[in-house]
Write a protein that binds this ligand. Structure first.
Ligand code: UTP
Length: 292
């Protein structure tokens, strides 16, 4: 069965980015002039997803507004003859069919995914975290859907992280099954460096079979008192099998301050309208900071 639906969890608290995220959802933090979640939805659509299911919570409805039709703005752009900007705005609400579900309490990523159970139904689906930007030639989630179509197993997107970052992630270990592909035999959420079975970290992309919902329902709160998707996946790995795919591309955690700054630098240096001005300003800034 083809993967046509994507769950986009965006109901977290964003405490690492306070106070910016007190009134603004972290998924709306801009990377140059687009909120991070727009890049995420564009990745999903480029991969063939037609329905985006946002998991939101109170205070996060601005995310839904961002993908909505806004008469006043579009009419003003039309009257002012700003055709390019108008087209960009129109593309935004034509991107995908948008559905929202609410996570009433931030009980963890596993719990957030479970809230989408009825909307997903009995079919495989993609999960893209709303604050995780992956810059790649082939959309990361497309690479992973291809793996799902070949293996029929749940796929987690992984990348190597430095040892100091291991305690921040779900970490996997497995047996090599193909290029960039491991059959997972161990999975631990946020281990200490000593406990970690490897330095391969699960980042914000998954392709999951509907049987994950039953696994989440059986999962007890784990690290931080949250229902962790890694714990549900560890159970799935034992019962039905999970593969880990080292995707091709660069990942920026925009919910982390350094990740946010890096993503802005990379996308700013690539923007044809900004790059020359930005590069020389950045160069001057670096020279000045070296002098000091
Ligand atoms: P994070 O792990 O970054 O957690 O969530 P967080 O709570 O949002 O942020 P910090 O750590 O306090 O700064 C990764 C993604 O999962 C969503 C978040 O919105 C984010 O897109 N999430 C997390 C939920 O939807 N619900 C949750 O209960 C937790």
């Amino acid at each position: 069965m083809q993967v046509k639906k994507a769950v986009i969890p965006a109901a977290g608290l964003g405490t690492r980015f306070l106070p910016a995220t007190k009134a603004i959802p972290k998924e709306l933090l801009p990377v140059v002039n687009k909120p991070v979640i727009q890049y995420v939805v564009e990745e999903a659509v480029a991969a063939g997803i037609v329905e985006a299911i946002f998991v939101v919570s109170s205070g996060k409805s601005a995310i839904l507004d961002h993908f909505d039709y806004l008469f006043e703005i579009e009419e003003t752009l039309r009257q002012r003859g700003k055709k390019d900007l108008l087209r960009e705005m129109e593309t935004l609400h034509e991107l995908a069919s948008i559905i929202s579900v609410r996570q009433k309490k931030p009980l963890g990523l596993g719990h957030a995914i479970l809230t989408a159970k009825d909307v997903v139904g009995d079919q495989p689906f993609a999960v893209l975290l709303g604050d995780d930007l992956i810059d790649s030639k082939v959309p990361c989630i497309r690479q992973m859907i291809d793996v799902y179509e070949k293996t029929g197993a749940a796929v987690v997107g992984v990348m190597e992280v430095p040892p100091s970052d291991v305690p921040l992630y779900g970490i996997v270990k497995g047996v090599q099954e193909g290029p960039r592909l491991l059959r997972v035999d161990a999975m631990v959420e946020k281990p200490s460096v000593a406990e970690a079975p490897s330095n391969l970290a699960i980042v914000g992309r998954y392709v999951l079979p509907p049987s994950i919902f039953e696994a989440i329902e059986k999962t007890k709160p784990g690290k931080g008192g949250e229902i962790q998707i890694t714990d549900a996946l560890a159970q799935l790995a034992r019962d039905k099998g999970v593969v880990a795919y080292q995707f091709e591309g660069d990942r920026y955690d925009v919910g982390d301050r350094v990740g946010f700054l890096l993503a802005n630098a990379v996308f700013g240096l690539r923007d044809p309208q900004l790059r020359d001005r930005f590069r020389s300003a950045l160069k001057a800034l670096l020279e000045k900071s070296q002098e000091g």
